[in-house]
Design a binder for this molecule. Structure first.
Ligand code: BGC
Length: 751
């Protein structure tokens, strides 16, 4: 269909001449007059037609009036391949191979606002090449659970870090003329029963932790659309949650764009219409004909429909539709974006431990690379978060290329691994495929790997998970290394202690067995199209590692807050995931009616957040539980010295300066982290909270004075008695350092 779009997109950049700068959200209203004229020309049917899906990845415009359809694209890490009009099945195109960017936790491990912005520009530009108007991302929920199926998609366990990166990603995308659809709003921190679970939490925790990334991206970044999550929050589905959508998002934050339910996440006509949803994705059973019928009976007004259409049209007019003869004419993945993906990967890799093994020494002539994670590609899988990449450099490819002629690099798979498949697995599996994560080590694979290890100067073990283990739709049962990796690493270490482990995963894993058997450990992530190149650069010491953990690596799962408090898994739950229950043999045998009765008889899934704001390191530090690796941790090949910390309270911010010196003999980046502690507060606080951070590049021997600002508004707490943000006066300790457990300098200010 030919798309004509009559209006000028850049009108959103208008600033009011007399009232000073217009807020990013208010810019969206620049075309309201024209929009109202258009609405006046539309029939009710045409308007309602805009409130639901047209295809699996579009919602309708009004061709007669030159209003183009709205085209959506997953996902957060690359523009998803084109699907069939009414399913996610591949359309079989050839020009839709996109740049695969590092996944969420990897981006967050860079702690770089600048890179988050660049990442957004890459996504935004590639969306335009594909004729897409809205990217279904960024995904910015807080990483509450180490086992979370989408922990790897999300950024961090910390709201300040998540919010800063969410903001820059949003700006990067939208500066290219593509809209973001920031997701999943809100408190979507688990996949278990995600379609029905009620996340129950107090208002202070909601505001201070779980809403922060959305708040910044919407208010400061002008995020144009928002995806309400599948779950309920305090009793109501997110897609019809008055408090979240009408009171906070539109009321307090001044959101002027539109909301799009998660796919299949709309639950009723009246709920959605009255409580803040604009577009049902996918289907029209709620926001289609029933809306017209409800207007006929007087249950709903046409004014309300007009308001929803106006909110959609604001975005439609801010985002210029790409003409059909321009879209999809070149390959989606562009070299400039592949370079951004590489830079993010280079700065995301975290050196967790190093007893002199890394960087790889010049006299290493034989390297044994062990583990399937060195060769398995990570672009696909993860449903909406999968990418059909133009190419993907695996770790083994990156290492072989970098090692060059004089170094022999051998490889053995070492362990089996589970693969993602729809439907039951066949009787006979591929020899390297396991049936479950609990399968013990395979003796033949271990023997082969040990033989290689014995004969090598250095062993590089690639452990971790994969995108069938950490995936949308389910949470991990635990964070144990799967398929006998623990047995294997012990055997390898015994065979050759000159060994480094690279963990390829998106979330944390339990390293209690691995850590003593591994003198060096690197967190390598799912690191995008150039992941293998970046990893080799770090391993061989071409660049110093500079990533910092965006989440805590607990020693064991039970130490982490939601587990320690008995909040997850749901103690009163149906004994697991409702979705998996549907596949239990006895349930499968039931008639449709029996099944419905059975499901109705089960307890309603609930997730209580009684750990409150003690999420991640806030919990570990306050409860004095030592983690395996702390939030913010990440070593380098150089040492940094911190000195001369100063802090001054200004009108709007606390200004902090500190001198950082690179004491080593190679250039390296450090991430300076500022935490606060409130020794005299009458309010309850975690012992330490991140409030500012800055990545800084230092040449060998160079010293820089790093300046950071803590906006006073970020020091406020949500005062439940007043239902408002409150800044408490008093003493503030500023703890400045290289990780949450590596504080180098402290000082004090009074607010
Ligand atoms: C996911 C969203 C995604 C949508 C469309 C849903 O299952 O939760 O994140 O954008 O599908 O693929």
């Amino acid at each position: 269909m030919k798309k004509v779009f009559l209006f000028i997109a850049s009108a959103v950049l208008v600033a009011s001449a007399c009232n000073g700068p217009v807020s990013p959200q208010d810019r969206l209203t620049a075309n309201d007059q024209k929009i109202n004229e258009l609405i006046a020309q539309m029939t009710l049917e045409e308007k309602v037609n805009m409130l639901h899906s047209k295809t699996n990845m579009s919602s309708a415009g009004v061709e007669r009036l030159g209003i183009a359809d709205m085209n959506y694209a997953d996902g957060p890490f690359g523009i998803r391949e084109e699907g069939q009009p009414h399913s996610f099945q591949s359309a079989g195109w050839t020009l839709d191979s996109a740049t695969y960017f590092p996944t969420g936790s990897a981006l967050a491990a860079t702690w770089s606002e600048e890179l988050a912005y660049k990442y957004g520009t890459g996504m935004g530009k590639e969306a335009r090449l594909r004729g897409k108007d809205v990217i279904l991302g960024p995904a910015v929920n807080i990483q509450r659970l180490p086992v979370g199926g989408r922990t790897y998609e999300y950024l961090s366990e910390d709201p300040i870090l998540s919010a800063a990166l969410a903001l820059e990603y949003t700006k990067g995308v939208q500066d290219q003329g593509t809209a973001v659809c920031i997701k999943h709003f809100a408190v979507n921190n688990q996949e278990t029963n995600r379609g029905s679970v009620d996340a129950q939490l107090d208002e202070r925790t909601l505001r201070e932790i779980y809403l922060k990334p959305f708040e910044r991206a919407i208010i400061e970044g002008g995020a144009m659309s928002v995806m309400p999550a599948y779950n309920k929050v305090n009793g109501d589905y997110c897609s019809e949650n008055e408090h979240l959508l009408n009171e906070i998002l539109r009321g307090e934050w001044g959101f002027k764009g539109f909301t799009v339910s998660d796919w299949g996440g709309t639950h009723s006509t009246m709920g959605a219409m009255l409580h803040g949803l604009n577009v049902q994705m996918t289907g029209d059973n709620y926001l289609g004909k029933p809306v017209i019928d409800s207007i006929a009976t007087g249950a709903l007004t046409e004014d309300l429909v007009d308001e929803k259409v106006r909110q959609i049209l604001r975005v439609r007019m801010a985002i210029e539709a790409v003409p059909a003869n321009v879209a999809n004419t070149v390959q989606t993945s562009q070299p400039e974006n592949q370079r951004i993906a590489r830079e993010v990967a280079e700065k995301s890799i975290v050196l967790l431990k190093n007893e002199g093994i890394l960087p790889i020494k010049a006299d290493v002539k034989k390297i044994a690379v062990i583990g399937q994670n060195a060769v398995l590609k990570t672009q696909s899988g993860g449903m909406g978060a999968g990418v059909k990449a133009l190419y993907e450099i695996t770790p083994l490819e990156g290492i072989r290329k970098r090692a060059g002629e004089g170094v022999e690099v051998s490889y053995a798979p070492g362990y089996k691994t589970i693969a993602f498949r729809w439907g039951p697995a066949p009787e006979v599996l591929d020899p390297l495929e396991a049936r479950s994560n609990d399968e013990p080590a395979d003796p033949a694979l271990v023997a082969e790997a040990v033989a290689l290890a014995k004969d090598a100067d250095l062993v590089l073990f690639f452990g971790g998970t994969n995108k069938s283990i950490e995936t949308e739709g389910s949470d991990r049962k635990d964070i144990k290394l799967p398929c006998g990796q623990e047995e294997l690493i012990q055997a390898l270490y015994e065979a050759n202690p000159n060994l480094a482990t690279v963990l390829i995963s998106g979330g944390p894993t339990d390293l209690q067995v691995l850590e003593p058997a591994s003198p060096a450990i690197v967190q390598g992530w799912w690191n995008g199209t150039e992941g293998g190149t970046a990893l080799a650069e770090v391993l061989f010491g071409d660049i110093a590692p500079s990533g910092k953990l965006p989440f805590t690596f607990p020693k064991k799962l039970e130490d982490s807050p939601a587990f320690a408090m008995g909040n997850f898994p749901d103690p009163n739950g149906a004994g697991g995931d409702l979705f998996s229950l549907m596949f239990r043999p006895d349930v499968l045998k039931m008639s449709a009616e029996e099944r419905q009765q059975f499901l109705a008889s089960l307890p309603k899934p609930v997730s209580k957040y009684t750990e409150r704001f003690y999420v991640g390191y806030r919990w570990f530090d306050t409860k004095e539980i030592a983690p395996m690796y702390a939030f913010g941790h990440g070593l380098s090949y150089v040492n940094f010295d911190y000195d001369d910390l100063t802090a001054k309270v200004g009108k709007d911010a606390v200004k902090v300066t500190v001198k950082v010196e690179n004491e080593g003999s190679m250039p390296a980046d450090e991430v300076v982290q500022v935490y606060v502690n409130r020794p005299e507060s009458k309010v309850e606080w975690p012992v330490k909270e991140l409030k500012a951070f800055r990545r800084v590049s230092l040449n060998a021997g160079e010293t820089k004075t790093v300046t950071l600002e803590i906006p006073l508004k970020d020091l406020r707490y949500w005062n439940e008695a007043d239902n408002a943000w409150t800044l408490e006066n008093g003493k503030l300790l500023l703890l400045v350092g290289s990780a949450s457990d590596d504080i180098r300098e402290t000082t004090e200010v009074t607010i």
